[in-house]
Each structure stands twice: as C-alpha cells, then as structure tokens.
Design a protein around this ligand. Structure first.
Ligand SMILES: Cc1cc2nc3c(=O)[nH]c(=O)nc-3n(C[C@H](O)[C@H](O)[C@H](O)COP(=O)(O)OP(=O)(O)OC[C@H]3O[C@@H](n4cnc5c(N)ncnc54)[C@H](O)[C@@H]3O)c2cc1C
Length: 388
C-alpha cells in the first residue's frame, strides 16, 4: 500500500506528527510494534508548555489527569522548599492513556494506524521508500522514525548507529496506589536529589496514585537502582506493599550535541532524534514540538536540511545549556545550601512554563549559576568516572 508518509512509532512524537499531517490532507500511516494501549516508563508530567502546544492545535486532554500548581523540593534531611503558582504548571497523566489519546486523535483526523507491527528495514526505490515490517511491506515518499531512544529507523538508514555512554540516561519508576503512600501535599510535584550524577528523584501525584521514580546518567546505574528502592521505601506507609508494585525502566537520550537527524526524506523525531532535556529529563514537549516542525516542513515540500535547521535553531542552544547544567550540578547536593532552593524552584517553574523560543534556559542558567558553584562537583565526577 502506498502512503505519502509512514511513521514508525505511536508515542507522542509519532501520533502528533500523524495528526498534523492528516489534518493537512497528507495520506499517512503510523505503525507500532506494541499492542495498543501499551505501558511506557515515564513520570507522566506534561508541562504547561506541552499543554499549550496541544491547545494551539485544538487538542483538549480528555483523559484522567491531575492538575499541578506547586513544586516542592525535598532535601537529604527532609528539609522542604515549596513554590505555588496561581495558574497550572502542568498535569500528571498515565502514559498508557495519554499515548492512546493522541493515537486516537490521529486516527480521527484521518491517519491509518496499525499496532503490533514491527518495523524491520527500509530500501530507497525509484518510487519512494519500501518499508519492510513484520506484517508486510508499505511504500511511502517520506519515512519518519518516531521509534524512541533505540530507533531502528536511525540504524536502518545509517543516520546513527548507537549512542555513546555520555549521551544516555536511565530512569526507573512505579505507579503506587494512593493508599500505600504516606500523606503528601495535593497538586504538588516533589523533587529530591539522591546521590546520583546528573540525576533527580520524583514523586508526582496522579489521579488515585503516585508516580515515583529516579533517573540519571547510565554511569550511575547501580546508584539509580538503590536510590529508587530507598525513595519508594521512604514514601510507603508499609514496606510490605513493595512486592505488589510493578516497576518500569527505560533509557533516554540527552540533547546537547549537534547530530544528524535526517537524510533526504527520512526524518527522526522526539527521543529517536535525541531530543530530551538533560537537566530536567523532559522529553514530551520536544517530542511534540519536533513533530510540529516536521509536519510544517513536509507540508511545505522541504527536505531534511530544513527540518534539521529548524529543530536546531529552536532546541540546540537550550539543550547545550541544560546538558552543561546537569554536569555542573553533579548530584545536586548543594540545592539546599546558600539559599539555592529558591533559585531551583524558580528555575523549574521557568522550565515548565516558558518555551525554548523565549530563551528560557538562558534565564535558568543566569538564575542558577549566579548562586555559586562547589568545586567538589568536578572531583565527584572524576571520582565516579575513574575510581568507582
Ligand atoms: C522513567 C522516565 C520518566 C520520564 N518522565 C517524563 C516526564 O515526566 N515528562 C516528560 O516530558 N518526559 C519524560 N520522560 C521522557 C519521555 O518519556 C520521552 O521523551 C517521550 O516518551 C518521547 O516520545 P517519543 O514519541 O519520541 O518516543 P516513545 O514515547 O518512546 O515512543 C516510541 C514508540 O515507538 C515504538 N517502536 C519502537 N521501535 C519500533 C519498531 N521497530 N517498530 C515499530 N514501533 C516501534 C515503541 O513501541 C513506542 O510506542 C521520561 C522518560 C523516562 C524513561
């Protein structure tokens, strides 16, 4: 069957791109290797930024969600710092439901969707791309890789073979029912700072559950696992309920370098392109924004160079600053020193509510760096990378 565009992967980037292309009258197919709805390891925090972007495309999130208007930082000795906003800072969703919602919207807009269908390889023929899948061949003028961190499209098209260790993060999380969790503030996302390089721990209140997790660089994988166990135990009323929980883990690529993300009429989106903020771990906004940029580029009949140029004009500066900050703050031990907590609260608010176009990371950088730096961090990285 011949399409204008075939998209591999029905995560936020793939489905949102399909929706935009279908609305422009472009004949589009999405395939996903999983049976939908499917689980996805994620904190489920959709920032105000991402919500505004969806609203611009007249999408109202009509699934279960919980509105967030507070951010709370928890220190090592349980000290706390809180900021409250009069307007929502974001929402917490279950990714299984959010991704299904976006895929449904894409289909309603006219896209075809085949789940349980694994992409295998692609061949450029005179009439376009021949796309080989576990359920037969499809043909398209454009091939879009929205297939996550370990994109097979990137490998099959020689755009990228693998990530270096420096570019990869790993995160673990669990959905914990309300009744298992010690009492918490309502509508507040909590962040804590375990002894993990470039890492963060979180506890996000969903609708009748909490999403608890820890993420950081793959160099610190062992510490991430133990910090995750500790964080769960700290937040549970009774440790015995731990055995009832289901854990999820996934890798995430960090933005910060200029990388090839397209080739002729093959394009990579979201995690497949490495569009994750290394400092905050946010990826959904970039997944949606890269999909928005690509659908414009295809609609204007432009090629991969235009897509690459527009993405990097929008994201590269901010990814560089966020990667720098994640290294600079090490394991963020000094968040509760020298009044830094107010600066961190302000910075997280800016990341959740302002767009890359408003140079938000420049403001975040100014806000955090003027707070002072501990040289211990440089020694900490050296010790972890060389001696541990
Ligand atoms: C633990 C964790 C917590 C996170 N928390 C947050 C958060 O709270 N907020 C936030 O903004 N970001 C968060 N992120 C990042 C966010 O999850 C990703 O950036 C986002 O999912 C990227 O969307 P995507 O559409 O590019 O890829 P994905 O969501 O990974 O979707 C890729 C899709 O491709 C499919 N696929 C893969 N290979 C194939 C193949 N060969 N054939 C067919 N289909 C294929 C997969 O089944 C999947 O459905 C978190 C990440 C992790 C790991």
């Amino acid at each position: 069957m011949k399409y204008d565009a075939v998209i591999i992967g029905a995560g936020p980037s793939g489905s949102f791109c399909a929706l935009n292309l279908a609305r422009k009258g472009i004949k589009v197919l999405i395939i996903d290797k999983c049976s939908f709805p499917r689980e996805k390891a994620c904190g489920g925090l959709i920032s105000k930024n991402a919500m505004d972007l969806l609203k611009r495309h007249t999408l109202t999130i009509d699934i279960n969600h919980n509105i967030i208007n507070k951010i709370c930082l928890i220190g090592k000795n349980e000290e706390q710092a809180v900021i409250e906003s009069r307007t929502p800072l974001g929402i917490i969703v279950k990714r299984k439901e959010f991704d299904q919602f976006l895929a449904r919207k894409a289909v309603e807009a006219g896209a075809d969707f085949i789940d349980n269908c694994r992409f295998e390889s692609c061949i450029l023929e005179s009439a376009g791309y021949k796309i080989q899948t576990a359920r037969g061949n499809f043909y398209a003028d454009y091939l879009i890789g929205a297939d996550g961190c370990f994109s097979k499209v990137a490998r099959a098209s020689n755009i990228r073979k693998r990530w270096s260790k420096w570019e990869k993060g790993i995160a673990l999380c669990a959905h914990v029912p309300d009744e298992y969790v010690v009492q918490k503030r309502v509508n507040a996302v909590e962040f804590c700072f375990p002894d993990v390089l470039a890492g963060i721990g979180w506890c996000f209140p969903g609708n009748n559950y909490y999403n608890i997790g820890v993420g950081g660089t793959v160099f610190d994988s062992k510490r991430i696992i133990s910090a995750f166990k500790l964080l769960l135990e700290k937040n549970m009323k009774d440790k015995k309920s731990l055995s009832n929980l289901k854990y999820n883990a996934a890798f995430l690529p960090a933005g910060g370098r200029f990388r090839k993300i397209s080739d002729k009429r093959i394009f990579l989106l979201g995690d497949a392109a490495g569009f994750v903020d290394a400092f905050s771990g946010e990826g959904i906004y970039y997944a949606l924004r890269s999909a928005e940029i690509l659908s414009d580029v295809i609609n204007q009949n432009k090629d991969g160079r235009e897509y690459e140029k527009r993405c990097y004009e929008t994201f590269l500066g901010e990814f560089r600053l966020s990667a720098f900050l994640s290294v600079y703050f090490g394991n963020k031990k000094h968040v509760f020193q020298k009044g830094m907590q107010e600066r961190f609260l302000k910075a997280i608010c800016m990341i959740m509510t302002q767009t890359p176009e408003s140079m938000r990371y420049k403001k975040v950088f100014d806000c955090l760096i003027t707070g002072g730096f501990s040289f211990n961090v440089a020694f900490l990285w050296l010790k972890r990378l060389i001696l541990d």
